[in-house]
Unconditional design. Sequence first.
Length: 203
Amino acid sequence: MKLYFIPFACSLATRIAINEAELDADFIQVTPGQPLPDGRDFAEISPMGYVPAMEAGAVTLSEGPAVLTYIADLAAEGVLAPAPYTAERYELTKWLNFISTEIHKGVFAPLMTQASTEGARDWARSLAEKRFGILSAHLDGRRFLLDDFSVADAYLLSVLNWTEFAGMSLAEWPVLKGWRDAMRARPSVAAAMATEMPLRQAA
């Protein structure tokens, strides 16, 4: 299995998931605008040019929730996701989509691109209040989004890491800050961040 990533992008979640499940994967770093190490255009794998993307035999996937779900299905049952066809599994799908649309794209995408206008950034900051509030209320008194650690936690941690880069503070949401700090101390997360931080600094 090949996993395509950019250091500290949302693809960090795939590395966390691989670490957590003790699976094997080859991680291939993507440099925007440059060919892959094998000479291919990354758009052949991910038409939008987004990470994460994955190749596993005849299966090629892009879009973070799809890649994370695939990894979860490779792991031992209960390690990264609840069992299929259960109410808890659909809760996982709900949170993956919430993080993808409401947090990743809705809040952080406008804040972290130079193409945004100040009006777009103000709009994104205004969206954060409700969306972070929903997360904070759900995580108050909980260790994870579900009963146990899942790929949704890996994804949420990866995007909440961006607050510093986006000029945001979690001071208004102490539950989220405490949750993020606890997640950063989790061995699978700490190892993933330690691997990618030097790559980000060198990029």
